[in-house]
Structure formats: C-alpha cells, structure tokens
Design a protein around this ligand. Sequence first.
Ligand code: KG4
Ligand code: ZN
Length: 326
Amino acid sequence: MEPIILGIETSCDETSVALLKGKHEILSDIIISQIDIHKIFGGVVPEVASRKHIDFLYKITKEVFQKANIKYDDIDAIAVTYGPGLVGSLLMGLNFAKSLSFSLNKPLIGVNHLMGHIYANFLAFKDLKPPFIVLLVSGGHTMIIHAKDYMDFEIIGKTRDDAAGEAFDKVSKMMNTGYPGGPVIDRLAKMGKNIYKFPKPLYNNGYDFSFSGLKTSVLYFLKEHSQANIEDIACSFQESLIDTLVHKVVKYSNDSGVKKVVIAGGVAANSLLRSKFDGIKNINIYYPNLKYCTDNAAMIARAGYEKFIRNQFSDLNLDAIPNLGL
Ligand code: KG4
Ligand code: ZN
C-alpha cells in the first residue's frame, strides 16, 4: 500500500496543506498566499503572517481531506516544515502538525524547507533523476544546489545578504512601483534600455551571491538622477542581477559537467532569466510549474515521503529552526 502523507507548510507567507499518496499522486492541495495582505506594508510582516497561518490552517486542512474524500485516520504520517523560515510562522505549522500527530497517533516528520524545494522537482518532472543542479531563487532564497543523489545535496553557492527576489522587491519599493517587485520590474524592463552600468557583485568570484550593493547603487542612482527614466533603471538593474545568476549557474555546470539545471522559486518566472537560459545550447533547463516552485505543502509531503520510507521520524519536541541549513 502506498503511504498517504499530510504535508504542512507555513515557513513564510504561504499557508499550505496537501495530501500526497506515494511518490507522485497529489490527492488534494491548497495554497493560500497572503500576498494581498502584506502588499499594503510593502513586504512580509512576520507577526501578521503568523496570525494569518492560525486563521487558515484548520480551515484548509479540513478542506483537503474533504476534497480527497479520505478520513483523518487514513493518513500514514504528517510532514511539516521546521526550518528555515520566519520563526513565528514556522511555529504555527509545527504546533498544528504536532497536535494532529498526537491526537491521531500518526508519526511526525520534520522537513527541511530547502529539501522540500528540491523534491518539488520530482513532483514536477516524474522522470527527473539526480544528478542535477537547482537554482533556487525566490523572495527568501538564492542558492545553487548540486543534487548528487536522492538524499545527497550540496549547497554550491548562496547569497551573503539579500535574496534575488528580495532585491527586486526592495528596488521596486525605492522606485514606488509596488509589491511584489519582481513582476513589476520585469514588465517595466521590457519597455526600457540597459544603459546604466550597475555593479555585478562577486561576478567572477566563486559561486556566492551578494545583491545588497547592487540594490544600494540603485538607491544612490535614484537620489542623484531623479529625472531618469524608470524603465531604463528597471532594465539595467534586472540585467545586472539576472546576468549574475545565469553566469554562475553556467560556470558551475561547466565546472561540474552536470548538464541538467532546474530553475525554481518565484524569480524563475522572470522573462530575462528564461530568455538567457534558453539561449544556452549545451544545458537542459527545467522550469517546474510555478505552483510547485513557489512555497507549497505538496513538496513538503514529497520530501516527507522520502524520510517516511527510510523511517526517519521526528519527536514531538521538534523545535523550529529559523536558520536551518541543508
Ligand atoms: O517563491 P516565491 O513565490 O515566494 C517566496 O519567496 O516566499 O517568490 C516570490 C519572489 C518575490 O520576491 C517576487 O518579487 C519574485 O519572486 N518574482 C519575480 C518575478 N515574479 C516573482 N522576480 C523577478 N521577475 C519576476 N517575473
Ligand atoms: Zn521557499
């Protein structure tokens, strides 16, 4: 019998619950984005995010069971994100999962959110096999990961400060063009020209990223050139950031000889990033459906499955770890 795993994800501002049967069959899943709530504040407000998770969790859990037409007792385990993420948000999902585990007498599986993002690719591409490279680029993460085997991942590079999506969001905030900034800047950039030379931090220096200097240079530029065309600024900023991402991934692919690259996270929607990668001939690029590459509980259930079949269960005193690494 294929196990049924309930996945719960609340690491940031998406509340999500999913029921996964075996490796691939998503019986039902719900993702509630809080974007419209945080939009008003120009970014995610941690306390608001935690309170909204409480609001949504019980309701959507009931709903996924109804949609899948199964009983609470039919599940085999509960997989929940315990880090990295916002501590208040993590604790909401974690405590909810622990209560279910305790009352239903089903095992708890703590899942690393980053592992979830990697396993999302196995949901999206059923035939994908390691080794492959993952570029994980979202509002919270910027990482190049080498997936060597099903349980063997190495972080090759990560951001030392702002995440790529965060840089998009902050630059958009500086230009007063709205939140989330990625889609706005992507759209503005199409109408602009790449005429300003913003820095490309750490471009030829290893695989780590650093985007705060780039962001600050846009800030100074805006102060000194209040009349400059906003589309040109968007286009030039986007070019510096995206070119840096693509350059480092291609370099690692060449250095490691791994030719399969999966691009995950909200920034994977960026049109310049897509066109740059599509222009590279000797690399096979995979773009998971956005539903599975942004934060979701199906990926947590999928990673949970991998731990379930290895009997890797967690105690009920499992704590949230905001800065958990891979
Ligand atoms: O993975 P995601 O949906 O969620 C979290 O990080 O929680 O990523 C959201 C991020 C935001 O920073 C948003 O500005 C960025 O992805 N984003 C984009 C684009 N669409 C979304 N960045 C660049 N270009 C886009 N088209
Ligand atoms: Zn995430």
